[in-house]
Design a protein around this ligand. Structure first.
Ligand code: 5AD
Ligand code: SF4
Length: 442
């Protein structure tokens, strides 16, 4: 019987895709996937540290393994991901959880096989976290779990140092992958039948600024990817408002394959907060980009990230965020309470906002965002919408997929339509989900 691995993933799409790379390494080593921890020979936690609650989550779940490890001493417990790249964290993990066998970082993911093997041949645990980013390593055999979508990294790291954010400290400086490697990966994925390609980077608009791409910038790369032959759609994230530009929108106009949705995190609607966040754009610049995008495609949608309760944020500042949310009318928004991250500039700022005020603001903001999303839903009623079928919801008994704007549509079907583009006529649109009947499939 072959040995089994189980991976627990926290955090963003970048981490989801890195777990696929780790899974690829395990498959190469002859392991198989299991969704039951009790059956696993290796349990790996791919951690996140963007906010405190992400860390607490991981700590809780790692701690819960103590008993299992006692019953099964040969079980290997490995911890990787962003948390291990934080200063001092490997030592804390080591002390708190003596039963962890392997600790490794995001910057030495490719060493995972060697580290596991080293642990298997010695009693002592293995702790190896690389501090400086090295050359880009390609992972041609990622074990993908998100069909019909495929994640494709275009770059790693971030140079922006937004004052609240820990990412630049744990992911290192920006490194762009070669355009030819990206395009070759997309061609292969499309041939294999993937029908949605999502290009990933912390700040996709600065692709190539590091001089690693022989002059190819993000607009050109997007053009190259969308020119790959085949019936698939293209998404990209994350765009930074200081760098998002018309050249990219022109490429979106050239290719209908590119979804007319831009994830453009605004973080705050107040210029003074944006300044303290070191975002390097103003509310006015943000709104002018939204206008520019919609001048090309009136139907274009935006999604965003917003932080409330940043140090010194006043009620007036918060209300400017609300006003901006109303003005832009986002398709959806990820809303966060500011979380203090050690080592960042904002952690040292005066006037940290009390928790009650943060809670009050996040509640009001979530309510506003939800009411906007619901209102948008109503407009779908009676319309035709094309979704890419991605799953079957066992509980509901419906297939589901997303349209180009990320809106979820549910429908019934006798045959398995996962991986097909399905045009629906929307018959019910309450809340955030749409329900429809099939018009056509391709
Ligand atoms: N506290 C709260 N939210 C944060 N984000 C990043 N750092 C923090 C923090 N310290 C949010 C930002 C970013 C998203 C990925 O996470 O909104 O866009
Ligand atoms: Fe963090 Fe800002 Fe970089 Fe995004 S752009 S990862 S928020 S530092």
């Amino acid at each position: 019987m072959s040995k089994k691995y189980h991976i627990v993933t926290y955090g963003c799409q970048m981490n989801v895709h890195e777990s696929e790379k780790m899974a690829g390494i395990f498959h190469r080593m002859g392991y198989e996937e299991t969704n039951k921890k009790e059956e696993a020979d290796i349990i790996l936690f791919n951690t996140c540290c963007i906010r405190e609650n992400a860390e607490n989550h991981a700590f809780g779940n790692i701690g819960a393994l103590k008993k299992l490890k006692k019953q099964k001493p040969e079980l290997i417990i490995a911890v990787g991901g962003c948390m291990t790249q934080e200063k001092g964290k490997p030592e804390i993990l080591k002390q708190k959880f003596p039963f962890i066998d392997v600790i490794f970082g995001t910057l030495n993911l490719e060493e995972l096989e060697a580290l596991i093997k080293r642990k298997q041949s010695q009693k002592k645990r293995v702790i190896e976290v690389r501090e400086k980013e090295g050359e880009i390593v390609e992972f041609p055999d990622a074990y993908r779990t998100s069909y019909p979508n495929a994640w494709v990294n275009i770059m790693y790291g971030c140079n922006n140092f937004c004052s609240y954010c820990i990412v630049p400290y744990v992911r290192g400086r920006e490194r762009s992958r070669k355009a030819e490697n990206i395009v070759a990966e997309v061609e292969k994925l499309v041939k294999e039948g993937y029908r949605e390609i999502t290009l990933l980077g912390q700040n996709v608009n600065s692709y190539g600024n590091d001089g690693n791409t022989d002059g190819v910038n993000f607009a050109k790369l997007l053009d190259m990817v969308a020119s790959v032959e085949g019936d698939f759609r293209v998404r990209f994230m994350t765009s930074h408002p200081k760098d998002f530009n018309e050249e990219v929108v022109k490429v979106m106009q050239k290719h209908r394959k590119i979804c007319r949705l831009v994830h453009l995190p605004v973080q705050s609607g107040s210029n003074s907060v944006l300044k303290e966040m070191n975002r390097r754009y103003t509310r006015e610049k943000y709104l002018s980009e939204v206008k520019m995008l919609r001048s090309y495609f009136p139907e274009a949608e935006l999604t965003t990230d917003i932080i409330v309760g940043f140090p010194a944020e006043t009620e007036e500042d918060y209300l400017q965020t609300e006003a901006l949310v109303k003005e832009v009318d986002f398709a959806s928004a990820f809303t966060f309470v500011y979380s203090k991250r050690q080592g960042t500039k904002a952690a040292e700022m005066q006037n940290q906002i009390p928790e009650e005020i943060q809670k009050d603001r996040i509640q009001r903001l979530v309510e506003l965002v939800n009411s906007q999303t619901r209102k948008k839903s109503e407009k779908y009623l009676g319309k035709e919408v094309e979704v890419l079928c991605e799953d079957f919801d066992e509980k509901k008994g419906y297939y589901l997929g997303r349209d180009e704007f990320g809106r979820m549509g549910y429908f019934k079907s006798e045959s398995d339509l996962i991986g097909k583009f399905v045009t629906l006529k929307i018959t019910n649109a309450n809340g955030i989900s749409l329900y429809g009947e099939i018009i056509s499939v391709r």
